[in-house]
Design a protein around this ligand. Structure first.
Ligand SMILES: [Cu+2]
Length: 335
């Protein structure tokens, strides 16, 4: 498909779906003014009511353990013989308890840091309906390949909705984040997540997990005071991740730490195969420590031959000790 027809198609689908969202999703009055606004090409900005309580607390039941193995495949439909995956997300401002002493106001999707892990297969059509109820402007900028109008660098004002729509390409492990300046602040406050595009021929079965490293600048001094895997400092030290001995483990690892230029990922008592950016089906290297700049991400595969507890953490020990550290607990399978 040429760029021109791709854009045309995007526009057409967006209009239809803005209308659908307008009438069904956000309860907009379907009056003439509202409808005219909804039908404007390229304008997916529609008014939605402001949030009544813009700083909520995090929803119960959300923990880093749900982020770990939870993949959002969207609502799947077929349009013109093609798989379409529709995701509905909402930017919110939410207080998150980072530890017993620290409550931190996050900017996030659906009340949780990180946001959902979107997952699709290469060639699917992706449609992300982004409601902003956070109290000020945000956006969703996806990594991967897409037309410029879908690049997510334009602000989506509080109380409006924007529909990002593009083809899932290329296969690999990608990410999304808010791209409103200062981006360090918008990412540092939690508006990011992972975007996995599976290859047309699936990877072998494995116990698959998401680990996103991030930092928290709690006092606004442009440095991180706390760090975490999947949002909560020290969580996986207190709640080790149970895995089976000799089971193939596939980690989707993303470095989302702002302010520090790089972080490594190190696994104890083992080596892992690295699939850089998940772009190949054969490993690029084997090691036990991999260096990642901000927004770098890789697939790491390994299995443990011995039962017991094994740490994982960046080898910048100050980062690890301030919360970015966890444990795998390898369990022997009973015959
Ligand atoms: Cu933002």
């Amino acid at each position: 498909m040429s760029d021109r027809s791709a854009l045309h198609k995007t526009q057409r689908w967006s209009r239809r779906h803005v209308l659908k969202v307008g009438l069904a999703g956000v309860g907009i009055a379907g009056g003439a003014i509202g409808l005219r606004a909804l039908w404007q090409p390229r304008s997916s900005h529609v008014h939605i009511p402001p949030a009544t309580n813009q700083t909520a607390t995090e929803p119960k039941g959300f923990t880093p353990l749900t982020t770990l193995r939870q993949f959002d495949y969207g609502t799947v439909t077929t349009e013109n013989g093609r798989t379409v995956r529709e995701f509905r997300v909402e930017a919110r401002t939410t207080a998150v308890q980072l530890n017993s002493a620290t409550s931190f106001i996050t900017w996030n999707l659906n009340g949780h840091v990180p946001g959902p892990t979107f997952r699709a297969t290469e060639g699917d059509r992706i449609r992300v309906i982004f409601y902003n109820r956070a109290g000020h402007s945000h956006s969703l900028h996806f990594h991967g390949v897409h037309p410029s109008g879908m690049d997510g660098v334009k602000p989506v004002r509080n109380g409006s909705v924007f529909i990002y729509e593009f083809d899932a390409e290329p296969f690999g492990i990608h990410l999304y984040h808010c791209h409103i300046a200062p981006v360090t602040r918008h990412i540092g406050k939690g508006l990011y997540g992972m975007f996995i595009i599976d290859p047309p021929t699936p990877r072998p079965p494995a116990d698959e997990m998401v680990l996103i490293m991030a930092g928290y600048d709690v006092n606004g001094d442009q440095k991180n005071e706390l760090y975490a895997f999947n949002g909560k400092p020290h969580y996986y030290m207190q709640h080790p991740i149970a895995i089976q001995k000799d089971q193939l483990i596939r980690l989707y690892v993303l470095n989302m730490i702002e302010f520090d230029p790089v972080a490594t990922f190190h696994l104890h008592a083992n080596l892992f195969r690295v699939f850089r950016t998940g772009r190949h089906l054969e490993p690029d290297e084997e090691t036990d420590v991999i260096t990642m700049g901000t927004a770098e991400r890789h697939i790491l595969e390994f299995s443990y031959p011995y039962p017991g507890k094994f740490m994982f953490h960046p080898h910048q020990d100050a980062i690890a000790e301030a919360g970015c550290m966890g444990l795998f607990e390898v369990i022997e399978q009973r015959a």
